[in-house]
Ligand binder design. Structure first.
Ligand code: APR
Length: 169
């Protein structure tokens, strides 16, 4: 049974086996969570991402997929990079967002990670409405078979924290 918990704060400080990065397809860094993870984790993360671009992901990591690297200097052992969909008012991309959570848990299982921290994927620069992003996140984690013991949603502000804790009730 996977235990779902919530924390308000910075995902890079979490003492878990794996933290999930809200990356972009290039895997070469960005702002938000991506920027914080690369800044905190150091150059080893970018080096590992570059190696992935030079091998399995020559064209970049597709939206909805997940791939793991070292976490460098961060307390976590691994970073699981996933690429969320950009919000669209005209196209329902919910399945791609759900896939980020499901594929990240699959990557965690492959690593043998037992505790995993997620940010609120796509709800920042990619513009996804927080309430809907929270609903998709909680529902997908609840319905995914995984060996992960704890999924911790790490929310950056009160709005996000409230949206997620309300999505679970
Ligand atoms: N810890 C936890 N949550 C954070 C942190 C942090 N250090 N920094 C930002 N957040 C929150 C944001 O407030 C938002 O709710 O994470 C959520 C996701 O925001 P983004 O990081 O902007 O990610 P996303 O919306 O998925 O956009 C991805 O942004 O940083 C670039 O390279 C990234 O192009 C990609 C895009």
């Amino acid at each position: 049974m996977t235990h779902i918990t919530f924390a308000k704060g910075d995902i890079t400080t979490q003492h878990v086996d794996a933290i999930v990065n809200a990356a972009n397809s290039s895997l070469l860094g960005g702002g938000g969570v991506d920027g914080a993870i690369h800044r905190g984790g150091g150059p080893q993360i970018l080096a590992a991402c570059r190696a992935l671009r030079a091998s399995r992901y020559g064209k970049g990591l597709p939206t909805g997929q997940a791939v793991a690297t070292t976490a460098g200097r961060l307390p976590a052992r691994w970073v699981i990079h996933t690429v969320g969909p950009v919000w669209s008012a005209s196209e329902d991309r919910s399945a791609a967002l759900a896939s980020c959570y499901r594929e990240s848990l699959r990557a965690a299982d492959e690593l043998g990670a037992r505790t995993v921290a997620f940010p609120a994927i796509s709800t920042g620069i990619y513009g996804w409405p927080m309430d809907d992003g929270a609903r998709i996140a909680v529902r997908t984690v609840r319905e995914t078979e995984t060996s992960v013991d704890e999924v911790r949603f790490v929310l950056f502000d009160d709005t996000a924290y409230r949206a997620f804790t309300e999505a679970i009730s």
